[in-house]
Design a protein around this ligand. Structure first.
Ligand code: Z2T
Length: 829
């Protein structure tokens, strides 16, 4: 009875009085306890990895405590919650980030020292959680950090892939893919919730029935798979709030398929059941192409259905009807990947909650918002109608009905303008009929956001022109941002300390605009000296990493020139490599006396190519072939080195970015929706060599043209060039370096032919030839600036100082106010 319960609660309070303590003695005991009882190694005999495990379990306990308190508090307050739906999260490592956000980094470092361990060494034991491809996925991770830090009542939802993004292995300069079976060594950062699970259904047919005089649709599914929750606590910085990232894993359903068992083939029946797990087994490694694969569609629905069952259950816990659903729930679609959530909510409200269509639509049209990350029509997701109809027959019906009503509405405005109707239709007619997920989302979301100002402008005038004309008020943009907690505090402790000392406060960790205060000191000789010292330390760390990784020695006195990102033709890694060939060619043809004037460079390139993207793979091979030649040429020595960093990922980025002098963001203008790597470099005082594309346009506004190296055709010029035929402005230098590759100067003549063809006069879609000269000029400017280290350091300080706007805190605040309508809800500490 009630008396029992309160006696029990009383006893609990006595046993767990107050929060966990963080003095070095308690921490040491905690770590050792975990080594002994959780890891089950003797506390007298354990290695670095086991120490890391004990340590992270001790941190995990502290996360769980805050996570519980946050949820208790939110349950009581019942504010409007944001549900962030994303098929990808690139979390990277968690240990350092967690102890820093919890505010116990130094205490743990002390405790470990007393046990004879070093925090940094143990942190290196952790593998990356790589449940995503690139920018879109890392953006989700940064935004989760900001949501927690700013006390927003938010949940992340995603899939718990057993295989993350493939590991890249380079053999003879070629990329090979290896599976990333990342859960092999256990994952202390997740909590398995065996009791939070939902059935997800597929296939089957829709039957029409009459219930209480009303016509109803009953979906009789053909397959059921169970979704089990794995919770990943996300701690905020400088707050007790700790939010949840809930990832779903597929398990065989307990709703036994008795027929299969009755056939007598028990072994095969069990093996078939086990196949359910394949749904959440792997992340698709293509970052921008959609192939209408059944498994991918299954993943999307599995994720959407489980998340919505969870969200609706939570809502129903404290609400008896759906009238205030829109006041309590905001659903954010991270690109169109989770857009099946739209017909799924319609289906649940109509078929399971018995609301009529109008009422259900009234709710659905108030709760969804979408962020688009693509630029081109090719980047927009489509699903073949046949595939959707067989996997999710009821959803297809609902989508058709939404489209029918939408078309009726359009006809009222535009009459029978069939061209427009067919462009805007959710259904694409043709040899294969497709559902256009973007059109579905645009019709149903109250707000659609672009990821930079330029990106929105492009969407308005190109792919979503018709929709923008019809619903101008739906379209907004929120320029992307990245979290300074991970990208300065975790990854660059020396710079972090330096900034706090000079600003006299560490408040910038929660309020990046304070970095502007550094502007006043940009020319201060003693700041400059300390700044250069910090940069040098990070460059030494990077050169040691390069040597350990690929066995090459590079001088930390050279300029470190870096391009790290997914390999894509539009990102123009090829332009970079051709520029390096040009530089090599120049040095090679130089008089010995002129070589003194050359600024030594270490060119660093890193990134993965989608396994099926041939041209991207050739770019990787070319990089190695050119490196092979340059790095072994005694005429060149330390004047030029080319390094390819294999298996680029989040933790590699954390090391490379702070150690870079110059970074390249050189996409053909109009092709990079935003770009977020540039922001991480900017924060760390690395100068940018960039085109006026995506968010770079806004970076220029913040820190000024004079503090960056900008080159190339702008968006308008790119449009004109393409309209007037390509290759208008040809440079001889460009023709020469392409010819060197074509004629086999770096070997692999036949292999590189198709790569060279992509930049030949008439087919140079990404305008490498056009931009080459201006690229070389910008590079020469960078050389000139580097010679004057005082000037360079000032530019570097001004870069960091002007990076405040590119914090994801600013992005999230804007989304909260203008798209989601949510408010902070701070758990008392
Ligand atoms: C992706 O990472 C991005 C766009 C996509 O369009 C797909 C993926 Cl996987 C379908 C990137 C953009 O290319 C980049 O400009 C942007 O900064 C990032 O998303 C985050 O918005």
């Amino acid at each position: 009875g009630a008396g029992d319960r309160s006696a029990k609660a009383e006893r609990m309070f006595q046993l767990m009085d107050g929060f966990m303590t963080n003095d070095p003695m308690s921490l040491q005991k905690d770590i050792l306890d975990h080594v002994e009882y959780t890891v089950a190694r003797s506390r007298f005999n354990f290695d670095d990895f086991e120490a890391y495990q004990g340590l992270s379990h001790s941190v995990r306990d502290r996360l769980i405590e805050r996570w519980h308190d946050t949820h208790q508090y939110l349950k009581r307050k019942d504010p409007k919650r944001l549900y962030f739906l994303s098929l990808e999260f690139l979390m990277g490592r968690s240990l350092s980030n967690s102890v820093i956000n919890l505010g116990v980094r130094d205490q743990y470092a002390d405790a470990l020292n007393q046990l004879g361990f070093e925090f940094e060494v143990l942190a290196e034991q952790e593998g990356d959680a790589a449940l995503g491809n690139g920018g879109l996925a890392r953006l989700s991770a940064c935004q989760m950090d900001s949501l927690a830090t700013m006390d927003f009542p938010a949940w992340g939802y995603g899939l718990r892939y057993q295989y993350g993004l493939f590991r890249q292995v380079i053999l003879d300069g070629f990329q090979h893919e290896q599976p990333d079976y990342w859960l092999n060594f256990g994952n202390p950062w997740e909590i398995e919730r065996v009791h939070v699970s939902y059935p997800v259904k597929f296939y089957g047919a829709v039957e029409e029935k009459v219930l209480e005089g009303k016509k109803c649709h009953v979906w009789v599914p053909g397959e059921t798979v169970e979704a089990v929750a794995y919770d990943n606590p996300i701690p905020g910085y400088g707050t007790r709030n700790t939010i949840n990232l809930r990832l779903w894993a597929a398990k065989p359903s307990d709703q036994q398929d008795m027929e299969a068992f009755n056939t007598g083939d028990y072994i095969n029946a069990v093996i078939n059941r086990q196949r359910a797990e394949t749904i959440s087994s792997l992340l698709y490694p293509d970052d921008r192409s959609y192939q209408g694969k059944e498994l991918r569609l299954k993943q999307q629905y599995f994720f959407v259905s489980a998340s919505l069952q969870d969200i609706i259950r939570r809502f129903k816990d404290s609400h008896s009807n759906f009238d205030d659903f829109p006041e309590k729930v905001a659903l954010q679609l991270n690109d169109t990947h989770p857009s099946l959530a739209i017909p799924e909510v319609m289906r649940v409200l109509i078929d399971e909650e018995y609301l009529d269509w109008e009422k259900a639509w009234g709710i659905v049209s108030k709760i969804f918002s979408l962020t688009i990350h693509a630029v081109n029509p090719e980047g927009l997701e489509k699903v073949p109608v046949d595939l959707l109809g067989s996997l999710l027959p009821r959803h297809l019906q609902i989508i058709y009905q939404i489209n029918f009503l939408f078309m009726e509405e359009l006809k009222k405005h535009y009459g029978l303008d069939y061209n427009r109707l067919s462009r805007m239709s959710i259904v694409e007619e043709g040899a294969v009929k497709n559902i256009r997920m973007a059109n579905l989302s645009l019709v149903c979301c109250h707000t659609v956001d672009g990821v930079s100002r330029l990106h929105l402008a492009t969407l308005k005038t190109r792919v979503f022109k018709d929709f923008h004309e019809f619903w101008p008020q739906k379209f907004q943009y929120k320029t992307n941002g990245v979290t300074q907690r991970r990208w300065i505090v975790v990854s660059n402790p020396p710079l972090s300390g330096l900034i706090s000392r000079w600003l006299g406060t560490d408040a910038w960790i929660r309020d990046m605009d304070l970095l502007l205060g550094l502007r006043d000191h940009a020319e201060d000789a003693s700041l400059q000296e300390e700044w250069m010292m910090v940069r040098k330390v990070n460059k030494i760390r990077l050169s040691e990493f390069i040597e350990a990784m690929i066995g090459m020695k590079v001088s930390p006195d050279a300029m470190f020139d870096v391009q790290i990102k997914r390999i894509h033709e539009y990102k123009r890694q090829l332009l970079n490599i051709l520029g390096i060939i040009h530089r090599y060619d120049c040095i090679k043809n130089m008089k010995e006396s002129d070589k003194e004037k050359v600024v030594p460079r270490v060119c660093i390139i890193g990134g993965k190519a989608a396994p099926g993207y041939e041209i991207a793979k050739k770019i990787i091979k070319l990089c190695h072939a050119v490196g092979e030649k340059i790095n072994n040429d005694s005429d060149i020595g330390d004047l030029l080195k080319l390094v390819f960093i294999p298996d680029y990922n989040v933790s590699v980025a954390e090391l490379v970015i702070p150690g870079s002098d110059l970074s390249q963001h050189i996409s053909t203008a109009g092709h990079e929706a935003s770009g977020t790597g540039s922001m991480k470099f900017l924060m760390n005082g690395c100068l940018l060599l960039a085109t006026a594309d995506g968010s770079t346009v806004e970076i220029i506004e913040e820190i000024g043209n004079e503090n960056m190296f900008i080159f190339g055709a702008n968006v308008q010029e790119v449009t004109n060039l393409r309209q007037n035929g390509l290759g208008v402005k040809k440079s001889l230098q460009f023709a020469r370096v392409v010819r060197m590759v074509r004629e086999g100067y770096f070997g692999f003549k036949d292999y590189f032919k198709s790569l060279c063809d992509t930049v030949e006069d008439s087919s140079d879609f990404y305008l490498l030839g056009n931009d080459f000269e201006s690229y070389l000029e910008a590079q020469a400017e960078a050389d000139k600036a580097f010679v004057d280290q005082k000037k360079w350091t000032k530019m570097s300080i001004l870069s960091t100082a002007g990076s405040g706007r590119f914090s994801s805190d600013r992005t999230i605040r804007d989304y909260a106010q203008n798209t989601w309508g949510i408010e902070p809800c701070k758990c008392p500490s």
